[in-house]
Each structure stands twice: as C-alpha cells, then as structure tokens.
Design a protein around this ligand. Structure first.
Ligand code: ADP
Ligand code: TRP
Length: 323
C-alpha cells in the first residue's frame, strides 16, 4: 500500500477550470484508491501572497467546502489544514539548513512570481522548503501534482536525499505523478481559465452574479438569424464540457440552423450549470453556512495527520542532534 499526498493552494474559491482539470479527477482517485491518501489545504503557503486574515480564513473554508461538496470522502482521506499541523514549520527549518541557497535561487516559480508580484518576501523564496516539509513529514510515496510543480518535487527529493546521505535513512523519497490526460479549460476570454486572469466561471456563485460571468463569455458578433460556427466558438466548447452528447448535438443544430443567438446559448449554459451542479451548490452552501462543521472535519483530519508528523519529526530531531 502506498501513501499518496497532495496539497491544494487556497488562493480563492475554486473555479470551473480547477474543478474539471484537477479537483474532480483527484477526488475520484482518492475515493477509489486502495492506497492511503492525505490531502491538505496549503494555507501557510498562501500567507506568501495574502495578508488579509479574513480573506485567508475564507479561502480555506471555500476550498474545503468545494472538495467536500464534490464528494471527497473524509473517512477515507486524511483531510486537513496545513496550519493545524504546525510541526511542518519546524521540519521546514531543518530542510532550509540542509539545502544550498544557490539551488533555491534557480527555482522557476520564484522567478515567475518575483517578476509579477509586488511583495517579494522571503517566504516566497523558501516556499519550496515548506513544500518539501509538507511531503517528507508524512512519509509520502506518491505526490500527484501539476506540471508546474515538478521542479518543487525535484527539490523535495534532493533535500530528502541530502539529509539521508548525511544522517542515514530518515526520509522516504517520494515520486511525483503528473496526470497527462488532464484537460485544459478555457476561460470567458478564450485564454486558459485562471484566477489571475479574471476570466473564471465560479459555479458556486448565486444565480445573478453567475449569469453576469457567463454573459462575459466572448463570442463573435454574428446576428441572431445567422448560421454560426460551433467549431471555433468558446461558448459552445464550455457548453459541451458540461452537457450530455445529446444536448451538445441539439446545440450544434441550433448553431447551424440560425435563429438562435448567443444570448440563448448563454441562458442554456447558465441553466445547465444550475441543474448539473444543483446538489454540489447546495452542499457547498451548507458548509459555508456551517463553518463549525468544516472546522470539525478539518480538525479531525489534523489529529490523524499529527500522529504521523510527530513520529517522523521525532526521527528527524534525533538525527539533527536534539531529543
Ligand atoms: P489558477 O490558475 O486559477 O491560479 P491554480 O494554479 O491554483 O489555478 O491551479 C490549481 C489546480 O487547478 C492545478 O492542478 C491546475 O493544474 C488546475 N487548473 C487551473 N486552471 C486550470 C484550467 N484552466 N484548466 C484545467 N486545470 C486547471
Ligand atoms: N505548491 C503547490 C501548488 O501551488 C501546493 C502545495 C503545497 C503542494 N504543498 C504541497 C502540492 C505539497 C503537493 C505537495 O499547487
């Protein structure tokens, strides 16, 4: 039996791209898995970018509510908030002291972020050490991540190996796992859907603001009567992602025959989202109105996670020269 572990950034409510590209496949894997799985919300990492305490709290809750609404089984997966197991920061410190400064200066994600963000803090720079600690603290064997995180995984393996080499076997060295089949969802402007691009569809919004997001989807300006090109239409692509085959065929016919405007398609997309995700939207709202329920689920996960964390940290402290 392998131990699978992954972390989720909590920089806002997950959007349709996050859901279809990452969250739904990850939940399926966690729920089906014969393996042991650990899943946590990386709220300590979020402090590198978010300095508003209320915002940070809310992001964690909405991320947790989304995973639970889409069916994450928290009896099978150890589901916790990173900050509820603060042992991770102690391990991050030791790892900091075992990893060459020069190698950290080569991290792509730091270079990207330091080019685009105003607040270039030291936490952004040592981010990979906290991430390595997230993984090594739990004896993880497999870490599913997006391609952009592969370098962080290499850094994790490297610092784990370095520590083992110097002090004898202490850490399990994890493998990364990239889902090559994951879909890339386009946003309302036809570019990759991303929080930072302001082109997202947030399926958990109330009907009115959701309608507003959908009405922002860019199309050409053909008039209602005209026959339209479904093949190159971003609105059609989004509709087809969520519809049944039959619904997509009917929509194709509407495009070709004309007399069906983009406004009609947008209303159909809105209704599709509202019906398809009715139960998930209700569950999400339930959790967001019952934050104590979310807290108790996450705290129970943290109690379990802490047991492993304490064991591993004890091993490390002895090797470092404490305990
Ligand atoms: P964002 O770009 O909105 O900031 P993140 O970088 O936090 O999103 O991504 C979280 C997860 O969602 C990652 O696994 C990422 O690969 C996936 N993801 C993000 N945007 C999309 C998208 N447009 N299509 C498919 N998957 C996506
Ligand atoms: N850095 C990851 C991201 O941006 C999130 C993350 C933090 C993570 N710690 C982790 C992922 C540990 C996997 C394992 O998506």
């Amino acid at each position: 039996m392998s131990r699978i572990l992954t972390g989720i950034q909590s920089t806002g409510t997950p959007h349709l791209g996050n859901l279809l590209g990452a969250i739904i496949p990850a939940i399926k894997m966690a729920n089906d898995s014969k393996n042991e799985s650990y899943l946590f919300i990386a709220d300590m990492h979020s402090v590198t970018q978010i300095k508003d305490a209320e915002q940070l709290r809310l992001n964690t809750y909405s991320t947790a509510a989304c995973w639970l609404a889409f069916g994450l089984n928290y009896d099978k997966t150890i589901f916790y908030r990173q900050s509820d197991v603060p042992q991770v920061t102690e391990l991050a410190w030791y790892l900091n002291c075992y990893f060459p400064y020069q190698r950290l200066t080569l991290a792509h994600s730091f270079k990207d972020k330091s080019n685009s963000l105003e607040d270039i803090n030291a936490g952004l720079f040592t981010y990979p050490m906290l991430m390595a600690a997230d993984i090594l603290l739990y004896d993880a064997d497999i870490v599913p991540v997006g391609k952009d995180q592969l370098q962080h995984l290499e850094i994790t393996r490297s610092v784990g190996n370095k520590f083992n080499h110097q002090n004898g076997e202490t850490f399990i060295i994890p493998e990364s796992k990239v889902d090559e089949e994951s879909m890339l969802i386009t946003g309302t402007d036809g570019e990759k859907m991303s929080k930072s691009k302001n082109n997202v569809i947030d399926i958990f919004l109330d009907e009115k603001p959701l309608k507003k997001q959908i009405s922002a989807i860019k199309t050409d300006s053909l008039p209602l009567e005209a026959s339209k090109d479904w093949k190159n239409c971003n609105l059609f692509k989004l509709y087809k992602l969520l519809s049944t085959e039959k619904q997509a065929e009917t929509m194709k016919t509407n495009y070709i025959k004309g007399g069906y405007g983009y406004g009609h398609v947008k209303t159909d997309l809105l209704n599709l989202i509202l019906t398809k995700y009715k139960s998930e939207r209700e569950k999400y709202n339930f959790y967001m109105c019952n934050l104590d329920k979310l807290d108790s689920i996450l705290k129970a996960g943290a109690v379990q996670a802490s047991k492993t964390a304490d064991e591993v940290l004890n091993r490390v402290r002895i090797k470092v020269g404490f305990n």
